[in-house]
Design a protein around this ligand. Sequence first.
Ligand SMILES: [Zn+2]
Length: 80
Amino acid sequence: MDHVMTCQELVELVTEYLEGTLPADVLTRMEKHLSGCDGCTHYLEQMRQTIRLMGQVREESLTPAQRDDLLRLFRDWNKD
Ligand SMILES: [Zn+2]
């Protein structure tokens, strides 16, 4: 399987990623995506920082509105 993870998929999985609950194969695909995507790398750093500040990851930590904002940002970042 050579499915390339999209930015949207990554955003949806980021909470589980940071909690360390992703299956190994998903984790591999995610890290592959991160190695080639500045937008998601930056996003992940921001999430890590937020979590450090809040002390925990909560299910509702990413609202649909925030997700939309992020996806808009990704589209801008990926516009070459
Ligand atoms: Zn991405």
